[in-house]
Design a protein around this ligand. Structure first.
Ligand SMILES: [Cu+2]
Length: 67
């Protein structure tokens, strides 16, 4: 489980974009994207750096930590 900090995620549209980026990268992932805390928690078997790159490619700078 990884926690991604996405400080520029500010509205429902951002949230949807981030959710899509995660799902497109790892369709088997389980992701919860929380707008209020600007965090996404993701259960994935992929390297979290790959998910991170996809979120950044969607327009959102991101950092992550393992939980
Ligand atoms: Cu937005």
């Amino acid at each position: 489980m990884y926690e991604f900090d996405i400080p520029n995620m500010t509205c429902g549209h951002c949230k949807g974009t981030v959710e899509k980026a995660i799902k497109a990268t790892d369709p088997a992932s389980a992701a919860t994207v929380d707008l209020a805390s600007k965090k996404a928690t993701v259960e994935t078997t992929l390297d979290p750096a790959v998910i991170s790159l996809a979120i950044e490619a969607a327009g959102y700078p991101v950092s992550y930590t393992k939980r």
